[in-house]
Design a protein around this ligand. Structure first.
Ligand SMILES: [Zn+2]
Ligand SMILES: [Zn+2]
Length: 339
């Protein structure tokens, strides 16, 4: 089969390799759509702590089942079903796994990072991780369930919405999907920001109140919007050092900061402001199986097309990574089996 393989930092190649063997308890899925994630970019740059070449990346995907090896596992799934996957592989025995929060397993692994993923014609997936979806969803739409589940989880971690004014820092795919979750939750006083004018434009085009924080003073704007108090809640979706440093200035006393992005290094944070304003800073990682199912429901009615900026075919999959890394207007880039 054809697969886009990560061979070395900065080197990706679409090449012919053996199709994965469908092991007992797994299904072989013919991949139709797979999204490139920020973590794939980190792998490509050689900055991921676990991913080792050669590797087929891709954990946000949708396709159809072409083979099932039940291996004694009872399953409702059948050949021909349209499926996506909850891509987390957990140890099952650590504290998190024993306490119902296996998404923060001490030894968390992912399909597409720790074993071959979906930037290929076929991927083999444990049956219990597959999630069936109906004909009402397109494959591209279903490939967005995974990043949308990140947004669903972020809102769950934010707790009961006793907050009215929300700020989302970063208008990349995750920021936009968090914004859509907030809109869906009925949060009206929502401000989005980014330093990339193309991303701000995309957010504004989706009817978000969006500002370019490179040329507008964000603290002034939030202060003005909140009668001098600061936002009730800030969702940090940028993952950058300036965002980490500024976020405490943007939230009110007793407000919340939800860390949605993954900061690749320890960035400075204003800890004094956390004390003085009694800010709650809440970490989030991926999603629970429940969040994934919620995202599957939610994606049906969301303007998902607005989040997709480019599509490339598997043959030129490496171009998708170049677009993600370099194109100013890049948002979610989808690799398609064929276009
Ligand atoms: Zn992802
Ligand atoms: Zn575990």
């Amino acid at each position: 089969m054809k697969a886009l393989r990560y061979l070395n930092p900065g080197i990706l190649k679409t090449e012919e390799i053996d199709s994965p063997v469908c092991a007992d308890g797994e299904a072989l899925v013919r991949v139709h759509s797979a999204g490139i994630c920020g973590s794939d970019m980190a792998i490509f740059a050689g900055k991921h702590p676990r991913a080792k070449p050669p590797l087929v990346m891709g954990h946000e995907f949708a396709g159809e089942i072409v083979e099932i090896q039940p291996g004694g596992i009872e399953t409702q799934l059948a050949v021909g079903d349209r499926v996506t996957a909850y891509p987390l592989l957990v140890c099952g025995s650590c504290w998190a796994c024993r306490n119902g929060v296996s998404h923060v397993c001490r030894d968390l692994k992912l399909i597409g990072i720790d074993r071959d993923g979906a930037f290929a014609e076929y991927v083999s997936v444990p049956l219990d991780l597959l999630v069936k979806f109906s004909d009402r969803l397109t494959y591209d739409q279903a490939a967005l369930i995974e990043p949308l589940a990140v947004g669903v989880h972020a809102l769950e971690m934010a707790g009961e919405p006793d907050w009215q004014t929300a700020l989302v820092i970063g208008c990349g795919p995750i920021g936009l999907l968090v914004g859509l979750c907030l809109q869906n939750a009925g949060i009206e006083n929502l401000l989005m920001c980014d330093i990339n004018p193309r991303r701000v434009k995309r957010a504004a085009g989706m009817n978000f109140q969006a500002i370019n924080s490179a040329d507008t003073n964000l603290v002034d704007r939030v202060t003005e919007m909140t009668q001098g108090e600061g936002a009730d809640i800030v969702f940090e979706c940028a993952g950058s050092a300036p965002a980490a440093l500024q976020m405490c200035d943007l939230v009110r006393s007793r407000g919340k900061i939800i860390m949605v992005s993954v900061h690749k290094e320890p960035h400075p944070v204003d800890l004094r402001a956390i004390s003085f304003k009694e800010i709650s800073m809440i970490g989030t990682r991926v999603y629970t199986p429940g969040n994934y199912r919620q995202a599957l429901q939610l994606i049906t009615d969301l303007p998902y097309e607005d989040v997709i900026s480019h599509r490339v075919n598997l043959e030129s999959g490496a171009d998708g990574f170049d677009i993600m890394g370099q194109a100013a207007d890049a948002c979610k880039v989808i690799i398609k089996a064929e276009i």
